[in-house]
Write a protein that binds this ligand. Structure first.
Ligand code: GLU
Length: 385
């Protein structure tokens, strides 16, 4: 069960706590994710909606805040230009995204220009975020744009990313959380046709009640959340919870709200209790977040003693390695059993030889300059959602 401060004692105290959790007075950096379903009307972009978003974002910029938008809608919009019935199949989705993305951007550009605000397009693939170098480049370019008071508008580069080549996010919910985590955003506002998290699946249960505050995404919450979204969008509550888990390690709050509510962004930032807020659990270092959010290239199976050691912030030694799954290079992010992720200093082929052996064997095999551990504590992150 989520702990909802039900046992606080007085209602006054509870109210004060809620107010603090919902206070965004000091939130300087805000990521806003906008879903396809609320951006489009009759298979084309809802220009009035984009204008209203631009107005609210401009008001935030005027208070010295920085805003990044993650916008879906390219595929839906591209399809609207064709006679085709649906955007099913990877090739069709890629084509529709290529057609729709410039239309989407044109609408944002027009709306923001009314306020004299410049927008920028940034298209991402999962590969870009997995690779440490491009990950850092991306952060630099977003930082530069924000420094110039430009509003970066991000989307997945759907035309080049497919599940088949393993480079797809598949949904902008996850992408928005990764970006919010990367740029140290204070809050991620997710606007869609999902107005809140419910204690039961609202599609199947009339008694479902919205949950205002979530401190921990428990298995029960995940089970009750319901599945995928509909039509051209891919996200549903499931992907929103995955996003919340990513943000919860980055010290970033997430507010989930009905994107069609009047002045929804302004009201959330003003502290109004709208939708569901997910409170963060911890704020990991930037490198730790990169490790945690990278797709693992393989798994190192380690014994209980080694797992205890890494949990106590000790290095992973070859003596604790039982076996190795998959094929990876030194420097790759890998799983340690199911509980941790690490950057390995030894490639899979050599680690197979070194498994169970004493640390001194590392230098014998890989040369005197090599580290005598498999992973240092700074390169190990315990998965703790
Ligand atoms: N990137 C897709 C688009 O722009 C949307 C993905 C999603 O709905 O999360 O159409």
């Amino acid at each position: 069960m989520n702990k909802q401060l039900a046992d606080d004692g007085t209602a006054g105290l509870r109210n004060t706590r809620y107010k603090i959790m919902r206070s965004f007075e000091n939130a300087k950096r805000i990521v806003i994710k906008i879903g396809t379903n609320i951006l489009t009307k009759d298979d084309s972009i809802d220009a009035g909606y984009v204008r209203r978003i631009a107005g609210q974002v401009n008001a935030l910029l005027k208070t010295g805040r920085q805003v990044v938008i993650v916008s879906s809608g390219a595929i839906g919009m591209g399809l609207g230009q064709l006679d085709a019935e649906s955007a099913r199949g990877i090739k069709m989705r890629q084509a529709c995204a290529a057609i729709g993305q410039p239309l989407l951007m044109a609408e944002y550009r027009k709306s923001f220009l009314r306020y004299g605000v410049t927008v920028a397009q940034v298209l991402l693939t999962a590969e870009v975020l997995n690779n440490r170098k491009t990950y850092l480049n991306l952060r630099n370019s977003i930082e530069t744009l924000l420094g110039l008071a430009v509003v970066p508008i991000l989307n997945e580069n759907d035309s080049v990313s497919t599940d088949e080549i393993g480079s797809a996010f598949g949904d902008n919910d996850k992408l928005s959380a990764l970006v919010a985590s990367k740029i140290d955003a204070d809050v991620l506002i997710m606007l869609s046709d999902i107005d809140a998290l419910y204690d039961k699946n609202p599609k199947t249960s009339a008694q479902a009640k919205p949950i205002s505050t979530v401190f921990e995404i428990t298995d029960e919450i995940a089970r009750n959340a319901g599945g995928k979204g509909s039509r051209y969008s891919t996200g549903g509550m499931k992907t929103k919870l995955e996003a919340a888990k990513i943000a919860s390690n980055a010290g970033c709050r997430i507010v989930l709200a009905d994107g069609r509510l009047k002045n929804v962004i302004t009201r959330i930032v003003a502290g109004e209790q709208i939708g569901t807020i997910f409170m963060p659990k911890r704020k990991l270092s930037n490198r730790a977040r990169w490790i945690l959010n990278s797709a693992p290239a393989g798994t190192i199976l380690i014994d209980d003693g080694a797992m205890r050691a890494v949990r106590n912030r000790k290095s992973l030694l070859p003596s604790g390695v039982i076996s190795v799954k998959g094929s990876f290079e030194a420097g790759s992010v890998v799983m340690l059993n199911d509980n941790a992720k690490a950057v390995t200093s030894i490639a899979s082929a050599q680690l197979r030889t070194l498994a169970g052996k004493h640390s001194t064997e590392i230098k014998k095999l890989l040369g005197p300059k090599h580290r005598d551990v498999v992973a240092i504590p700074e390169d190990i992150v315990i998965i703790d959602y």
